[in-house]
Design a binder for this molecule. Sequence first.
Ligand SMILES: C[S@@+](CC[C@H](N)C(=O)[O-])C[C@H]1O[C@@H](n2cnc3c(N)ncnc32)[C@H](O)[C@@H]1O
Length: 238
Amino acid sequence: MAGKICKGLQEVRDVIAAAHKDCSVLEKLQFYDQWATQYEADVSILEYRAPRLAALALASVCQLNRESKLVLDVACGTGRAAEELQSCGFHLFHGLDGSAGMLEVAKKKELYQELKQSMLGQGQLPCDSEKYDAVIIVGALSDGQVPVSVLPELLRVTKQGGFVCMTTRSNISNLQYKAELEKEMSSLQTKGLWEQVLVQEVEQWEKAISEKEITEESDYIPGVIYIYRKISAPSVVS
Ligand SMILES: C[S@@+](CC[C@H](N)C(=O)[O-])C[C@H]1O[C@@H](n2cnc3c(N)ncnc32)[C@H](O)[C@@H]1O
């Protein structure tokens, strides 16, 4: 970790608590800009395993020809999800994120064929429809980050039969967001646009950052991974 400052767990909790404070999306992205070079060292102290767990889940449903599947990493940050996907055999990545600082760190890894700065949840993603074999969004679907309104866009850019892999936290402060997320997921399923193929609840998602969420039994918070498959439109028989 040359050049990185080694912090203790409490210092990292304080940094992330600052990121979770009520603020505008622009302020949040500015926070990520200045955190970018320290982000990976800090989240490893929190034992943040979401990118690894999401990559393994996506690999479990996407078993054939992973090396030729084009994956869109939404809210890619510094590229942790693509790194984990690469170790599972995926090789083709495009990334989107709102923070120029996070994208700068991701770019240096030379994992992505394309990286774009983009505000998420505000209108269309800067991507063609039905372009990606899989879309993944890790660590960004939560209160104060990417709004639930991004879901139809994740679906639009996914190929028919392709997968959308999403994660969120199940800790108390994120429960309302999680309920809204699951409502939108169900609504898209009721409309026949996608079908759920995997839900994986994880007890030890990452270390809690708030004293209020530490119990006698555990100082971890839970999280969840969802995978949906985009339903193929029925072919028109003349
Ligand atoms: C916790 S990091 C997760 C990064 C990466 N996926 C990972 O798991 O390490 C959240 C990322 O989402 C981005 N982000 C949060 N809200 C956003 C928004 N509304 N528009 C664009 N990017 C956003 C941040 O810039 C940050 O890079």
